[in-house]
Design a protein around this ligand. Sequence first.
Ligand code: ATP
Length: 212
Amino acid sequence: MLAIKIKKNLPHFTIDVELKENNNIVILFGPSGSGKTTILNCIAGLDNPDEGLIQLNQKTFYQTNRKSVKIQQRKVGYLFQDFALFPHMTVEKNIQYGMKSQELMNRLVQSVGIEHLLKKYPKQISGGEKQRVALARALATEPDILLLDEPFSSLDQETKKECYAELLRLHEMWDIPIIMVTHDYEEAKKLGNHIIHLKKGKIVNREKLHAG
Ligand SMILES: Nc1ncnc2c1ncn2[C@@H]1O[C@H](COP(=O)(O)OP(=O)(O)OP(=O)(O)O)[C@@H](O)[C@H]1O
């Protein structure tokens, strides 16, 4: 169970959101600059709210006036908008970083279709390929929660479909919350149990799609 009730002042508005989610796929949907990435960063521990509470499975990541739990202790898998691959490591080493099992790695490498890229460095591969590597790396850590910031935006339709299927399979297998940002409403409907519509830091609509 993920419980969030946070406020954070930004230059032009205040993020003020409350969420309680079981192990669902939750889509954060909203215009550019509405606070989606900032919310993911607060869950990951890269940024802090000004006040509130962030809890995952009885573990308090953040609470007003208390020392927040460090990012390394949160067991968060995060795919960043800019993919954030380590430039000096090959694709293989990037995925192995924080990896839990070789078997899972082999499976992920195959399902996102990057077997042929393992010995290459990030600067030698395309944007869509980087995105697939970043997705495999986020999943390979077997996290307690998965945060995905536009994880499929640079992929072609065929690869997207395969990655959707793999994400749904892993979600079923691991039963963890997945919080995902996308600007693609069709994608949101295909993958999300819930869609949270954000505008200037506030939740303006909550859609329940699939049971969860
Ligand atoms: N480091 C920062 N310092 C100051 N303001 C910031 C910073 N990061 C983001 N902002 C501002 O906070 C607001 C929310 O940004 P955020 O990146 O969370 O939005 P977003 O919904 O993820 O946008 P996008 O869909 O374009 O990625 C924006 O108005 C942005 O300009």
